[in-house]
Design a protein. Structure first.
Length: 306
């Protein structure tokens, strides 16, 4: 690639950037143009941090975004022919936002691992994508713990209670960062795949004990159901609430005609989540890793045009 410049992502880049994701990541990061166009209606995303590398014909040949929080910035990229150049620009953007370290996340065994390691990144945490496969016969209904009722999500009546419960449920998870209700809504309720009938809430009286936020497909990657978030508040753990939610989720997704269900989980979870998923018959499909490096101003490279 002889020359390129950097500019903000535009809606008319969506299909081209989606193709970059498929080329860069294959089955582990499917994407389509509709999902990318949806980003322009997400108030929690900052357009100045969604950037593309373009060639002389103004065609996207690379993509990166930077999510800044505290001293850290998360980098997401799809630049199969320009990884190092993209990392240069993404790290510069993170420095400009005040980040002291950067992280990026991708499937284990990808060639990018060698590149980021050479730049000083180190793998700090792993996560698993797990899967269960069903036949035509519906999964067994769960045993519901005493005092618990499973009901579909009511939009918007349940929003505040479910948001608060899930913030509490994940507060002891690795690298948890509290978010505002507005940000949670942008990334969950306002997803194109949002279907309140597939969101299952475990109620203990008038309190939310846990929830499973499910989708009939992961955006851009049809063919299997996705358990996007499954959390149980501390006071209700080890009572079978998580298993009841998960098994009812399987049944609901199977009723939609889906025979494969997947989810992502911290491989070193201290809550017992991995044991639960293995107990119900899920197996590890692949591992992805979070890589981190400290930023130093001395490492800054000359930026491209922004």
């Amino acid at each position: 690639m002889s020359s390129f410049r950097v500019r903000q992502l535009r809606e008319d880049d969506a299909d081209g950037v989606a193709r970059l994701f498929v080329e860069a990541w294959g089955e582990s990061r499917q994407m389509n143009g509709d999902e990318i166009r949806e980003w322009f209606h997400n108030d929690s995303l900052h357009p100045e941090n969604l950037l593309v590398l373009v060639d002389e014909d103004d065609r996207a040949v690379g993509y990166f975004d930077v999510w800044h929080e505290g001293d850290s910035a998360d980098l997401d990229m799809a630049s199969p022919a320009l990884w190092d150049e993209t990392l240069d620009h993404a790290e510069n953007r993170a420095r400009a936002l005040g980040a002291k370290r950067v992280r990026t996340y991708f499937v284990e065994g990808h060639d990018l691992g060698e590149r980021v390691a050479a730049r000083g990144y180190r793998a700090i945490r792993g996560s698993w994508t797990m899967e269960i496969v069903f036949g035509v016969e519906a999964p067994a209904e769960p045993v519901i713990p005493d005092g618990i009722e499973l009901r579909p999500y009511r939009d918007p009546q349940d929003e505040q209670a479910v948001f608060v419960a899930l913030q509490e449920a994940f507060a002891d998870h690795w690298d948890f960062h509290p978010v505002s209700l507005e940000t949670w809504r942008d990334f969950n309720v306002r997803q194109r795949a949002f279907d309140p009938d597939l969101w299952l809430i475990a109620w203990s009286g008038d309190e939310v004990a846990g929830a499973s936020l499910n989708y009939a497909e992961r955006p851009g990657d049809p063919g299997y159901g996705w358990v996007g978030t499954l959390g149980v508040r501390g006071a209700w753990r080890r009572r079978g609430v998580g298993e009841a939610l998960l098994r009812r989720s399987f049944a609901a997704l199977h009723a939609r005609g889906l025979r494969r269900v997947r989810l992502s989980v911290d491989a070193e979870s201290t809550t017992g989540a991995t044991r639960l998923y293995e107990r119900v018959g899920m197996t590890v499909l692949r591992q992805s890793n979070t890589w981190e490096r400290a930023l130093a101003d001395a490492d800054r490279v000359a930026p491209g045009e922004l």
